[in-house]
Ligand binder design. Sequence first.
Ligand code: F0G
Length: 401
Amino acid sequence: MQLRCFDSKCAATLDLHGGALACPRCGELLELALNSTPLNPAALKELWSERRRSRDPRDISGVWRYREVLPEYAAEEIVTLGEGNTPLVRGHRSAQWAGVGDLQFKHLGWNPTGCFKDLGMTVGMTEARHAGAKVVACASTGNTAASMAAYAARAGVVGRVYLPAGQVSLNKLAQALDFGAEVVEVVGSFDDALNTLLESTGEGIYFLNSINPFRIEGQKTTMYELLDQLAWQSPDYLVVPGGNLGNSAAFGKAFDEMLRLGLIGRAPKMIVVQAAGANPFAQLWESGAAELTAVAEPETVATAIRIGNPRSWKKSLRGVQQTGGQVLDVTDEEIAEAKAIIGRDGIGCEPASAATLAGIRKLRRAGKIAEGASSVAILTGHVLKDTNFIIRTHQRQEAHA
Ligand code: F0G
């Protein structure tokens, strides 16, 4: 693979393992590109299917099973917790509530640390160790911190997490502590925490936020696994919550690659859903502006996506545009209602994940999704990621009963 500038006009290429997070020429984010050697799509599908019978740790991982489209490492270098392999689950009540006939959830909360971050972290941490890092660091609304802490522990390196003080679910903080991370609390929002991290001296510290292109590579395998599960037939819509926009950026990249490789003939339309109080990307989409305007004081009960200045917006936008998708926002009330319905399907998720179902209902009501269309919604975090939210909601309901 090759490391290059995301801006195709600049197209600078860099040392793959040099640790750069931005283009030295133009400042844009970086991305990894597949080599141009053609891969046979039928043979790949067969190989990936065959690996499900293997006991090799790389084949058991739902990320490394797809290693032909990932950067290459020796088997013993790979830092894995057996991530991926998450099921598709039908949400009958959820579908009814949203007014659609065909709805499946891909529950990434059923990953080792209860969140999709593990899919990117296995690649990011493998690269960190390959590059000789002794300390890895990230800013986080909680889930990245928990995931990075776990994988850092596996890799035997120090994990340092920068968290917005008082704004992270205690469940996530507890995970980071349990996995032995050093915690730095920053007064302000996630955006302030990320700025503080990026301004700190990078000497000997490897950064693992989703601006790190190796994390994006791991997260993109979610879509390889999903399409594999669907016998390489795309649903009409793929719905994902948007915060810093790394995940939707990764999905857009996956669709682009899968089309190029001939693995699929058509990509799903990608729909990104933000919380109304933290919606700079939805505002950009609505206005058609050329540049994103940050939301200065993001506010939402879905603390995971309480982000005002998403770094990967250009990458995410490319995916939305290329697939003919759209971006929207939903209110905190809609998120809470959708979350409760997902719970009644026996599935459960954290608040940010429920933005997907709320988004589907909103689009359906606006006539922007046909009743018969098929959708897969990405649930990003486990129900136990924010237990305080659930208890508070039920206490309020009892008080009103
Ligand atoms: N859902 C959950 C549960 C998350 O934790 C996040 C992001 C998102 C959705 C949004 O994903 O940023 O790729 O658009 N959490 C990050 C963190 C920011 O620090 O844990 P995104």
